[in-house]
Structures are given as structure tokens and as C-alpha cells.
Ligand binder design. Structure first.
Ligand SMILES: [Fe+2]
Ligand SMILES: [Fe+2]
Length: 432
């Protein structure tokens, strides 16, 4: 009876799915909930040990609840526990979830150029991350693209098994269809040295989601994905001192960088085993709808729609990522740049389809609302990229909101986000 009561409390009030793990005599161990976080190997769990001599069980409840939250690198402190794996430029796992951070580890994370990581946290509500494409598939593809790129650099030829590339993209597509509710959040995998590879994969996922919204299916969708994966292949022919230049490029240097489009086109054409649109994407992904792009400056309807789909994903990922020569624009700045590009850089329906699939405010971000209160971003409903569901942390006077109220900004016309707090401000709030 007591066990049943406990299970009911968990089911009804805490909205969890408890499972009885062990029952013997007067002891019952219940797994109070299981959620997948970030990757399949990380679990959020709580174990409740209940002794069957009511009411004494109230004194013997032992609950351990592991939660995670996204935290700015500048707020990391030794002793915190990492909540998600960290990868280097070769996609090798550098740090595993659960590791206790030391000063050395924190310096290394800074060196990798990461802006945020996930840590285990017992204060906030757990944030379940429903990845569009699993970390495993993403990492495997980053590796594959790295190998293809390096091989092309050494041999001067694109030697690729097309079936392998089509299979890779098709596995992305089936995961996207399986995770129908998933929205693209800014990746936490970016770092300077692996930018080009994680960039290709991000562009591919965002382009596929946009293509699906536009009604692409079958070969057209697969070709879109392969084109997105190889769109910047021509960069291997640009001298590294220009590609990795930490400052602004000179006019001459920029002219050289622009050549990556035709270099990519030639490499893919010469390979002669990929369908035509792949080379077209490499050639024209920097064209603008108003004719101001390169290499051809072709305007409007002359740029195939599928090229524009890759173009907008490319633009968004580039402005929303840390680069060697500048910090990333904030997610809302990146959103505004993309939203304002309709019929200017990209066709309006392409912009709308793209924005339908992204979330401006990443889960775990701490934001300020227009009434001065501070809130934690929980999740974003599809089609409303600026209006996530948030949890109020403190009111405009800085007083903690003990009720931890959850507010859906879509339903509150009077309430909206004005900015994301930076790391130092999070620390001042003493909410970490
Ligand atoms: Fe490019
Ligand atoms: Fe690119």
C-alpha cells in the first residue's frame, strides 16, 4: 500500500515514470524516473529507498537526483562535475561525463574555444536535450568528413565512395524523422580547430530540416545533405595562413578565400561519381538573392532553391559560432540577421522554413525578461523561436522565486526575453 502511494506521488505530482527496482520484506527501491540527456549513455536518475513501516518511511527517504545545466566556461569552478562529453578536433573523447573539473581541465576547455559546457547540477530542474541527430551519428560523420577532407588535401583528388556518403545522409534523415519534435539548438561542440568539420555537419542537419519543411523527399533530400556536407571542400586549396588568419582579411586575401567555391566545384566534378547538385551547391552557396554574392553574382530565381537552403544554414552557423577572428554573435543577433535576410540574401520562403526549425535561446541559458526578472530557458515550441518556456529564477528585485514558476512566453504577450546574461552576471546572481 505504501509503495503504491509513493508510486502515485511520483506519477501524478512529479510527472515521472517510476519503476520498482527491488522489493524484499519491508524495503522497496524505486527508480523514480529515467530521462536521457545529451547522449544515450547519460542518465538522470533518482533512487528512492522506502521502508515499509509507515509513517517512519518519511524519515528514511533518500533521494539522489542528478540534473544538468549549461554553464558559461567563465563560470566553471574546480570541483564541478562535467555533465556531457568533450571532444577534441579529432572527435576523440577528451573528458567523460561525471569527471570532476580541476584548474587544468578548465584551462584546457578554454583552450578548445568552447563557450559553454554542461555540468551536473542539483539546483535546477533537469534539462532534457532532445538532439535532432544523436551525438554518436554526429561524431561519426565529423570523423568521416575529416578523413575525406584530409585525403583530398593529400591526393589533390576527391576519392569518395558515393554510397557511403548517401548512407550517412540517409541516417541523418531517418533520425530527423524519428525526432519530429526536435529543434536545432546551437551546438556545444564548437571549437576553433574542428570548426570546419563540425560546421559541415551542422550545416547538413539544418539544411535537411529546412528541406523537409519545404517538402523535399527522396533523392532530392539526400543530395541536399551531401551537398551541404561537402560545400566548403574547396577550402583545402586555400593557404592555411589565410583560412586561419586571426584578424580581418585584406581585399586580396578575401578574393583568394572566395575561390574555395570554384575549387570545390572542380574537385567534385572531377570525382565524377556524385549527382550534379552537389557540385552546384559547392559553387553557388555564397550567392545572394539580390545578386551581391559570389562567385557569379547571379540573382534571385536563378539561384536554385536547394542552394539557398544550404546558403542560409551556412550563414547562420558561421555567425552563431566562435571563430578564430571573432566571438560568436549571440543567438538572438544571429536570428535577427537571418530573419532580416528574406528577399535580400535569401528567398523569403527559405528563410521562414529555416527559422521554423531553430531555437534562438539554447536550453539552459539564463535570460533577463522585460519585467526585469531572471529566468532559465527550458525549451522552445516549434515555430516560435523567440518564445521559449522558461522557469523564473528570481524577480526584478533579485529575490529568488521559491516556486520556480514555469512560464510559456508564447502565451504571454506581455512578457519577452530582452537578453541572455553573460557568464559574469550569472556568477553575480549567485545562482550557480
Ligand atoms: Fe563557403
Ligand atoms: Fe561554410
Amino acid at each position: 500500500m505504501v509503495f503504491k502511494l509513493i508510486i502515485d506521488i511520483f506519477s501524478r505530482f512529479l510527472k515521472l515514470n517510476p519503476k520498482i527496482l527491488y522489493i524484499k520484506k519491508n524495503i522497496c527501491i524505486v527508480i523514480a524516473g529515467t530521462k536521457l540527456f545529451m547522449s544515450k549513455n547519460m542518465k538522470n536518475y533518482g533512487i528512492l529507498i522506502v521502508f515499509n513501516n509507515f509513517p517512519a518511511f518519511l524519515k528514511t527517504i533518500k533521494l539522489r537526483w542528478i540534473e544538468m545545466r549549461r554553464i558559461s566556461i567563465s563560470c566553471l569552478k574546480p570541483g564541478m562535475k562535467l555533465g556531457s562529453p568533450i571532444y577534441n578536433s579529432r572527435s576523440d573523447e577528451l573528458l567523460v561525463p561525471g569527471v570532476t573539473l580541476t584548474d587544468t581541465y578548465i584551462c584546457r576547455l578554454r583552450d578548445l574555444g568552447l563557450s559553454y559546457v554542461w555540468i551536473e547540477d542539483e539546483v535546477f530542474t533537469g534539462l532534457e536535450v532532445n538532439e535532432v541527430v544523436s551525438l554518436k551519428t554526429r561524431i561519426a560523420t565529423i570523423r568521416k568528413i575529416r578523413d575525406i577532407t584530409m585525403n583530398t588535401k593529400v591526393t589533390g583528388k576527391l576519392l569518395v565512395n558515393p554510397e557511403e556518403l548517401y548512407d550517412t545522409v540517409n541516417s541523418f534523415i531517418s533520425e530527423i524523422f524519428q525526432n519530429k519534435d526536435a529543434i536545432f539548438y546551437l551546438s556545444y561542440l564548437y571549437s576553433y580547430d574542428d570548426y570546419i568539420f563540425s560546421h559541415s555537419v551542422n550545416v547538413c542537419i539544418m539544411a535537411l530540416m529546412t528541406g523537409i519543411t519545404l517538402g523535399y523527399r527522396g533523392t532530392k533530400l539526400t543530395d541536399l545533405g551531401v551537398g551541404a556536407l561537402l560545400h566548403d571542400l574547396g577550402k583545402i586549396k586555400i593557404p592555411e595562413n589565410i583560412i586561419n588568419k586571426p584578424g580581418k582579411l585584406t581585399v586580396e586575401e578575401f578574393e583568394i578565400v572566395k575561390m574555395h567555391t570554384s575549387f570545390g566545384y572542380e574537385l567534385i566534378k572531377e570525382a565524377n561519381n556524385l549527382r550534379g547538385s552537389t557540385a552546384i551547391i559547392a559553387l553557388h552557396h555564397h550567392e545572394n538573392y539580390d545578386g551581391s554574392g559570389y562567385p557569379s553574382g547571379i540573382p534571385g530565381e536563378k539561384i536554385p532553391e536547394y542552394v539557398q537552403v544550404v546558403g542560409i544554414a551556412d550563414r547562420f552557423d558561421a555567425i552563431a559560432s566562435d571563430r578564430i577572428y571573432r566571438k560568436a554573435y549571440s543567438p538572438n543577433e544571429a536570428f535577427e540577421m537571418c530573419a532580416a535576410s528574406g528577399n535580400y540574401y535569401f528567398k523569403e520562403n527559405v528563410v521562414n522554413a529555416f527559422l521554423y526549425n531553430i531555437a534562438v535561446y539554447p536550453r539552459g541559458a539564463i535570460v533577463e525578461l522585460n519585467d526585469g526578472s531572471i529566468a532559465l530557458v527550458l525549451d522552445t515550441p516549434r515555430g516560435y523561436p523567440l518564445f521559449p518556456r522558461v522557469q523564473i529564477l528570481c524577480n526584478r528585485f533579485g529575490r529568488e522565486d521559491k516556486l520556480k514558476r514555469e512560464v510559456s512566453l508564447v502565451d504571454r504577450g506581455d512578457l519577452y526575453i530582452v537578453r541572455i546574461l553573460n557568464g559574469d552576471e550569472e556568477e553575480l546572481l549567485n545562482i550557480i
